[in-house]
Ligand binder design. Structure first.
Ligand code: NAD
Length: 489
């Protein structure tokens, strides 16, 4: 089979319809939209484009399925997730290729995301049977307190394009474990991963109506009426802070529970006592994972002035050696950005920094070809006043900002409204604790460039969001606490 035949086969295997109440159907309006390969601009296929009526059909299904789903034995809910985990791993190659085709990331990274995504199902399969309440005696001894944990109810899940599979499983895993029904609206750039995931969950035994999936080019038409309806009880969103704020406003009317995984502006701190090899390795991961299109991407590299030049030299050498191309090709390490708008934004931020005195060590311009490629870029002596110090770059650009003192590095790192993750490289134990405590972020990578792990609580503070996903607390977001006061004892 030729490579093109295999790509066509992988696309063919996925349903292009909406998934509502356990059925595949066209959009009520009959509308469809095109899904593009960002590496070539070619149209991969057309997918049904959901509208408000389809959203209400999905909500009807979620709401009808909720009572029986809440009573479904926890072990069985866990086993559905476990089977889905196994199917994801079994189909890792095909699903990885599917992801590369619609999102652009290199195949090895796409397969890595399938494994990462699957881990959320494995983790929450195990959590489904560990939902615990409590029992206690009132302080005056005259009553008893019974604490129950119950599913929140029907949920609206909204996911971005940058991790199209893992951002889905990170929400679906705990929702299934807790016994919540779901309406999922994936990003329009990457509907195929979400549709493939729905099919896997159906095959794994998820009852009809528990999950509906609604690709759409008009997200507001699908999400807003549901958030205002009263039957949806929670919204879990991953995406930009601007859209998160809109959803919080829309959620206020029905006083919905909300989980918000929003934008980042991660500082990456390298002290002069760091292991420089480890710091450069960490910088490669924190910057180049997902072509820089990650909320956890190192956005500002604060490097002690004594080692800044050497760090910049080594990082430029490593980033400059990366191979750019279509993610399906062997050995490619840097795929295209998601679209031309994203690429223009990256170029604008680079131009602004250069205009303010930053030096381009490598890159600084788009790559060749029809896709939305941007060259890995290292900028030295970037002034803190640059726009990119305050804006999520979402591309393969590493700005290096030298600092003199620990206090200065912490102050500059915290000088942002975002607070998702920070990275610290130092071999001094006292400094490691001091700086980790002082950084205003929900997560810290200490001498490591990746923090994402299904077994750990992922999330941010400040404008980076509300709530945590993964870890022991991940399921809490989908559970209510009910207290029964027992008298007459
Ligand atoms: P986005 O906010 O534009 O879109 C995210 C999702 O929201 C998509 O499904 C989109 O269709 C939907 N959406 C857009 N407008 C909407 C509206 N008015 N009503 C309802 N839904 C709407 O973000 P994006 O460009 O797809 O993703 C990149 C952003 O996501 C970055 O800011 C990144 O930091 C963030 N992100 C955060 C995390 C995290 O865990 N904190 C993880 C991945 C991505």
């Amino acid at each position: 089979m030729t490579a093109a035949d295999r790509e066509a086969q992988v696309i063919d295997q996925v349903s292009k319809q909406l998934f509502i109440g356990g059925q595949w159907r066209d959009a009520g309006s009959g509308a469809t939209f095109k899904v593009e390969d960002p590496a070539t601009g070619a149209v991969l296929c057309e997918v049904a484009d959901a509208g408000t009526d389809d959203a209400f059909a999905a909500l009807d299904a979620a709401s009808a399925a909720q009572p029986s789903w809440a009573k479904h034995p926890p072990r069985e809910r866990g086993e559905i997730l476990r089977r889905a985990y196994e199917l994801l791993i079994e189909r890792q190659d095909d699903l990885g290729l599917l992801m590369t085709l619609e999102m652009g990331k290199p195949l090895a990274e796409a397969k890595g995301e399938i494994a990462y995504a699957a881990e959320f199902f494995r983790w929450f399969a195990e959590e489904a049977v560990r939902i615990e309440g409590g029992f206690s005696i009132s302080p005056n001894g005259q009553a008893r307190f019974l604490i129950m944990r119950q599913p929140v109810g029907p949920t609206m899940l909204i996911t971005p394009w940058n991790f199209p599979m893992a951002m889905g499983t990170r929400k679906i895993g705990p929702a299934v474990a807790a016994g919540c029904t779901m309406v999922l609206k994936p990003a329009h750039q990457t509907p195929l991963c979400a549709l493939a995931l729905a099919d896997i969950l159906r095959e794994a035994g998820l009852p009809d109506g528990v999950l509906s999936v609604l690709p759409t080019t008009d997200p507001g038409a699908v999400t807003e009426p549901l958030l205002r309806d009263g039957r949806i009880r929670k919204v879990s969103f991953t995406g930009s802070t601007a859209v998160g704020r809109t959803l919080l406003e829309q959620s206020a009317g029905q006083v919905l529970r909300t989980s918000m995984e929003l934008g980042g502006n991660a500082p990456f701190l390298v002290f002069d006592d760091a292991d420089l090899d480890a710091a450069v390795d960490g910088a490669m991961q924190a910057k180049m994972r997902n072509i820089g299109e990650a909320c956890t991407a190192a956005n500002r590299m604060y490097v002690h002035a004594g080692v800044a030049e050497e760090f910049a030299r080594r990082l430029s050498e490593r980033m400059g050696a990366l191979r750019i191309g279509r993610g399906t090709e062997d050995g490619v390490q840097v795929g295209p950005l998601i679209d031309d708008r994203a690429r223009r934004k990256v170029q604008g931020l680079v131009d602004d920094a250069v205009g303010r005195g930053a030096k381009v060590l490598i890159g600084g311009e788009p790559g060749d070809g029809a896709g939305y490629f941007y060259r890995p870029t290292v900028l030295a002596d970037v002034p803190q006043s640059s726009e990119l110090s305050h804006t999520e770059i979402f591309g393969p650009v590493a700005p290096i900002i030298p600092f003199e003192t620990e206090e200065e590095a912490i102050a500059e790192a915290n000088d942002t409204e975002f607070g998702l993750v920070s990275y610290v490289f130092t071999q001094n134990l006292g400094r490691a604790f001091r700086v980790s405590e002082a950084l205003e972020t929900g997560m810290v990578g200490l001498n490591q460039g990746i923090v994402s792990n299904p077994a750990a609580p992922f999330g941010g503070v400040k404008h980076s969001g509300l709530g945590r996903e993964g870890g022991r607390v991940g399921i809490e977001e989908f559970l209510e606490t009910k207290y029964v006061g027992i008298g007459g004892v």
